[in-house]
Design a protein around this ligand. Structure first.
Ligand code: ADP
Length: 477
């Protein structure tokens, strides 16, 4: 029994696909949510820090704008506030006057120097900046304004910077704890995915085992899987297929036994004839001739059965190679009847052909000739003394129809369903007597079906039989 292998083929298996899908479905949202949370936390913390520093600087700017800048900057209170602010935010504050001179530096490195930085010039023009520099600190400018007659005038600029190190160390802490959580969630998701994929795949494994069991056995029994609706449907369809297989196997066995039996009968007759000759010492020449005549007939019969069987096998092929050509069907039917007329005359049966229109169709003349010959030959064979056979040809825009009627012995109602089966004969001894093999109608039906046509039969015992064949005018491949 073949099983789904979970070794080298694992990555190709449905189990792996389900496992991967479940793991991804579980992990991707968790990773995205964690990433978004950390990024928005960083953004919010930075904005908060920026706002806090700006507010403090604005308070400073209001105090500085209340008097002379240099005096105010030098005041002790402000010095204290500046020192407090710069240590609180771990940053630096510079106060620059209108002449771009640094009047105050909390690092006390650049006091008295000139500062012509772009941010400062832009601030004097009324444009405040606030930006985040190289992931390490926030830098911003705040104007110092005084009230004048014509409105507010910028007299100086506060250039402040605040370190973002505390935010980053907080983020680092968050990241490492979220990493730990992610690993724990990952392990849980993986374990759950393995359990779930095993559970989902179980009906298929069950089905594989059951089918394997049936294949190993003799195809007896049915699949009975009720794990889920899908496998239930598959097992129903599989059971239908099994039933068909059994039917095919049955008919194959029947066919083989029929063939053996049919081929054996002439051989048995020949053996009996030959033995009885051998047993009679000094048998007269006439007896030899008579028995040899019988043996020759049995050989002919064996030959007919074999060639009929070969014809059937050829027709039974899945895609029979047809030699399709446009054919004048009237001429074609006339030719078939011409060949059969001598047999009809011998049997004292009259054969009539009726056709109201000229019909031309795309057919394989050899195959169909065999089919129609069988029908007409049967109509002659299973007829009565002075009987008749009427062959009618008609057509519409799609099909042509051939009707073969006879005034013969007819077929009993209960046999009508079986006459197209191989080796089926209503009256075995009568059919044998007149040289039948029981394969003629099977050959006829195969040829008609290969042309995508149909055949039906109507019969009344002791009155006669009518076979009607319908063939498309244009061959449908
Ligand atoms: P066979 O070689 O025995 O004629 P067929 O397959 O041609 O085999 O026919 C199967 C059986 O159908 C025949 O044995 C015969 O009993 C019956 N049958 C076929 N055609 C006719 C007919 N026109 N009239 C009466 N019986 C027929």
């Amino acid at each position: 029994m073949r099983k789904i292998k979970f070794g080298g083929k694992f990555f190709k298996s449905l189990n792996f696909r389900i496992l991967l899908s479940l793991a991804l479905t579980g992990m991707v949202p968790v990773l995205i949510i964690t990433g978004v949370f950390l990024a928005s936390y960083e953004k919010q913390a930075l904005t908060q820090l920026g706002n806090d520093v700006r507010n403090q600087c604005q308070i400073l700017a209001t105090q500085l704008g209340s008097g002379e800048l240099a005096d105010e900057a030098g005041s002790e209170t402000l010095q204290g506030e500046l020192a407090q602010l710069s240590s609180l935010y771990d940053g630096r504050i510079l106060i620059i006057d209108r002449n771009f001179e640094i009047v105050e530096d909390t690092y006390q490195l650049e006091e008295g120097r000139t500062m012509v930085a772009e941010e400062v010039i832009r601030c004097f023009k009324g444009e405040n900046i606030s930006h985040y520099v190289s992931g390490r600190f926030i830098e911003m400018t705040v104007p110092i304004t005084v009230e004048t007659d014509g409105g507010r005038k910028i007299v100086g600029v506060i250039l402040a910077s605040a370190s973002t190190d505390s935010i980053h160390s907080q983020l680092e802490g968050l990241r490492s704890s979220s990493d730990m959580w992610l690993v724990a969630v990952g392990i849980c998701v993986l374990a759950l995915s393995i359990l779930l994929s095993g559970w989902l795949i179980r009906p298929l494994k069950h089905m594989n085992q059951s089918i394997g069991g049936l294949v190993e056995g003799s195809l007896d029994g049915d699949l009975d899987i009720h794990d889920c609706t899908e496998t239930e449907n598959i097992s129903d369809t599989f059971n239908l297929m099994l039933a068909k297989l059994r039917l095919v196997e049955e008919s194959r066995q029947e066919f083989v036994s029929n063939v053996s039996h049919e081929l054996k009968t002439p051989l048995t007759s020949m053996k009996v004839l030959a033995d009885s000759l051998l047993m009679q010492q000094d048998a007269p020449v006439e007896l030899y001739q008579e028995f040899m005549q019988d043996i020759a007939e049995e050989i002919d019969r064996e030959n007919t059965i074999i060639s009929d069987l070969l014809t059937l096998v050829k027709m039974d092929r899945k895609a029979p190679e047809l030699n399709i050509a446009v054919t004048d069907v009237n001429e074609f039917m006339e030719l078939i009847l011409k060949r059969l007329r001598p047999i009809a005359e011998k049997a004292n049966v009259e054969v009539v052909f009726e056709s109201n229109r000229s019909v031309s169709a795309e057919i394989d003349a050899t195959r169909l000739s065999l089919a129609f010959s069988n029908l007409v030959e049967n109509a002659i064979k299973y007829n009565r003394e002075n009987g008749w056979v009427r062959v009618m040809l008609d057509a519409d825009h799609k099909f042509f129809y051939v009707k073969v009627s006879d005034s013969g012995i007819g077929i009993p109602q209960e046999s009508l369903d079986y006459i197209f089966e191989r080796f089926y004969r209503v009256d075995k001894s009568h059919s044998r007597e007149i040289g039948g093999t029981g394969l003629g109608l099977a050959i006829t039906r195969s040829a008609v079906v290969a042309h995508r046509g149909a055949i039906k039969v109507q019969s009344e015992p002791d009155v006669g039989t009518t076979f009607t064949v319908r063939i498309p005018l244009k061959y449908i491949a």
